[in-house]
Design a protein around this ligand. Structure first.
Ligand code: HEC
Length: 151
C-alpha cells in the first residue's frame, strides 16, 4: 500500500469510528451505541430498582452532584461532560473512555441497580472511580439524572 492510500484508509477508519473534534479540540469517539465492556454488578445490586422517582427535586439534586460545586475538583462532569456526552475536559486521557450518557442506545437496557453499583464502587480496571461517600439516596438521584441526560 502506498502512503496516500494508507493515509486515506486510516482516515476512513477514523470516520467509521465516528471520531470528531469538539470545541476544545479533543478527539473523542462519538459512537452511539458506545462499545461497552463494563463488568456486570453482582445480582443483589443488578436487580435493585430505583426507589426514587424523577421528581424535579430529585433531578435537581442529581444535577448538583453531577456538576459539582468546585471547579478545581473532579466531578462526574469533569470526565462525562456537562451534557453527559462523555466529553468532559479529562475525557481524552482514558481508555476505555467515559460513558456517553447522552446516547440512549448505550444505557437504556442497563438496569438502575447496575448504574448504582458502578457509581459507588467504580468500574474495575478502568478510570471510573468509586464514590463511597455518597448516601444511597444521592446515588439514586444521580442515576435519575443520568437517565434524564439520555433524553
Ligand atoms: C476520572 C474520570 C471519571 C469520573 C470523575 C467519573 N467517571 Fe464515570 N466513568 C469513567 C470511565 C472512564 C467510564 C468507563 C468505564 C467502563 O467502560 O467500564 C465510566 C463509566 C461510568 C458508568 C458506567 C456505565 C455503564 O455502562 O455501566 C457510570 C454509571 C458512571 N461512569 C457514572 C459516573 C458518575 C455518576 C460520576 C460522578 C459521581 C462519574 N461517573 C465520575 C470516568 C469517570
Amino acid at each position: 500500500m502506498n502512503t496516500v492510500s494508507r493515509l486515506s484508509s486510516a482516515l476512513a477508519v477514523g470516520l467509521a469510528l465516528g471520531f470528531a473534534a469538539d470545541a476544545a479540540g479533543q478527539g473523542v469517539a462519538r459512537e452511539c451505541p458506545q462499545p461497552r465492556f463494563t463488568d456486570k454488578a453482582p445480582d443483589e445490586y443488578y436487580n435493585r430498582p430505583n426507589p426514587l422517582t424523577a421528581t424535579e427535586a430529585n433531578l435537581a439534586e442529581g444535577e448538583r452532584l453531577y456538576l459539582g460545586d468546585n471547579p478545581r475538583r473532579v466531578f462526574c462532569a469533569t470526565c462525562h461532560g456537562v451534557k453527559g456526552d462523555g466529553k468532559g475536559p479529562l475525557s481524552n486521557q482514558f481508555d476505555p473512555p467515559p460513558r456517553d450518557f447522552s446516547c440512549d442506545k448505550t444505557i437504556k437496557d442497563v438496569p438502575d441497580g447496575h448504574l448504582f453499583w458502578i457509581i459507588r464502587y467504580g468500574s474495575p480496571e478502568t478510570s471510573m472511580p468509586p464514590h463511597r461517600k455518597f448516601k444511597d439516596e444521592q446515588i439514586w438521584q444521580l442515576v435519575l439524572y443520568l437517565r434524564h441526560l439520555a433524553r
